[in-house]
Design a protein around this ligand. Sequence first.
Ligand code: 6R9
Length: 648
Amino acid sequence: MANDTVKIPDSFSDARITPDTYRQMYERSIQDPQGFWADEARRLDWIAAPAKISDVSFDKDDLHIRWFEDGVLNACVNCIDRHLETRGNKTALIWEGDNPAYHHAITYRQLFNHVCRFANELKLIGVKKGDRVTIHMPMIPEAVYAMLACARLGAVHSVVFGGFSPDAIAGRIDDCGSDFVITADQGVRGGKGIPLKDNVDRAIERANHEVRGVLVVKHTGAQVDFVAGRDHWHHELALEVDARCEAEPMKAEDPLFILYTSGSTGKPKGVLHTTGGYMVWAAMTHDYTFDHREEDVFWCTADVGWVTGHTYIVYGPLANGATSLMFEGVPTWPGPDRFWRVVAKHRVTTLYTAPTAIRALMREGDEPVKKHDRSSLRLLGSVGEPINPEAWRWYHEVVGEGRCPIVDTWWQTETGGHLITALPGAHALKPGAASFPMFGIQPALVDNEGNRLPDEGEQEGNLVLLGSWPGQMRTVYGDHQRFYETYFATYPGTYFTGDGARRDADGYWWITGRVDDVLNISGHRLGTAEVESALVAHDLVAEAAVVGYPHEVKGQGIYCYVTLNSGLVPTEETEAALKAQVRSEIGAIATPDVIHFTPSLPKTRSGKIMRRILRKIAEGEFDKLGDTSTLADPDVVDSLIETRREMG
Ligand code: 6R9
């Protein structure tokens, strides 16, 4: 089932990238990178066009990555000013509030005014080029104004997701030494208030680094404390500034932003992206992957606190003069049909979301989807984790009415934008396959000893990338040594992704999951994602997470956490049926040892399942769960432990 393909629909026969153009452009991007990237760089407006294309070394003693080094540009100008002449009255942002009654559109001209004012306010409180500015905001247009205002001044933003705790914010303020914070009184999600300003206050108290200025956006009007001299209302400063602000000319390799992301060890890393290369990558991938058309309404459902929000709500779409939809709420509030109401209301053409959301919505059945008009949709996207074929098919058949291709985009915070993805007019689709490399990307596989696996035929191994691409992160902020150790020490000379992958006989790439999640059952390698996909393919199952645990005979056993569709009560029959399901989908070797039914799984606020915790619970090491502060709902853990104890 996972291997049948879905042909390129006729509606994409005139796509930007066809099978032939893909082949030609990919070939050129590898054979003539200078020429290819010089051409792609022209999609931006440069103050000084770059003559030097790249200067890269992954060597231990000389690790450096530079693209378009002698070019000069401003990212904000590329997202706004250059569109004013032809797209001044075009909608840049559509904002859909948590409350479905609230929504509005912001044109490029209005965006220009808002961002310039915001930038002038930042100047007023002392922000200068090169300063780090922490942004802790709800999903409101002011979050975008804040990011672009920083970019306009050459200040480096560090967006910290609105769901993070005061401790997490404090750690990030300290790590990059940010003197300024931009926040709002409150956020709202699913009708509930989130005390952002209070959290920032507590973070500043706990941080070692002294924060000099806080700019606060009034959103809900909730009562908040103010520290005189430090805190400023945005709407008050807005009265004192004008709506024009010169943009700072930036060198291509000047930093654009820092974004913190978790690794397998240590505290979160500050991933640093610079201006020229990142902007080329954001604009190019948004354009090609989503076959961007002028009249598109592009909805990326991520939060701007994650890289997906940075690249595909803000920088990519706006660099291309697109209409980008920004949603404050959650998929199932006030009802299970919220997503589809938004699609119908704003005539969304391109929907880009995560498998975890798709599975949650799938649980609600087809009716909430089908009662809304989805005729505007032409393309669907997936990001964040491997998508199981079952969810893929539902997304394709029910949501997209079988009309809309799905681009399954594999990439990372570190990569800036898509690296392996299907292109809707270029590739027949295989459900669950990330498919083919983006231009300039050379994926390769290595075994655990670091040996390159052949570039021909079916292979599975650790995914590395040969060479650089413009959107690649440049360093771990303040810790270049860690940058080397994390990504270049494992398989010297290559960038190690931390993911496992399989290339099938047709050359399609399948991401098998983080290699730290790979199971070894009686000496056989098995992707946790494969087992999960088999479980989720069962009619009764909504979601599953699989981890390894020590097993006397087999080395590792397979421990499956399973959430059934709403309203179902697990029985012995269910358990037997699921084991049989996995056995029949993969083979006897993959038969689950333990099935642990649970009403929900421990997830980060971005929806990633926290496997580290699941592994510890499976191992019975309840006192070694580590940091659970980033969980969306910490109570889940207690109930998992209780059930685990009962299971013995
Ligand atoms: C963009 C983003 C990166 C990790 C990555 C991989 C997983 C992301 C995926 C995918 C399979 C996809 N991942 N997209 N796995 N198919 N389409 O999510 O960045 O939060 O840094 O996570 O997510 O394991 O290594 P980030």
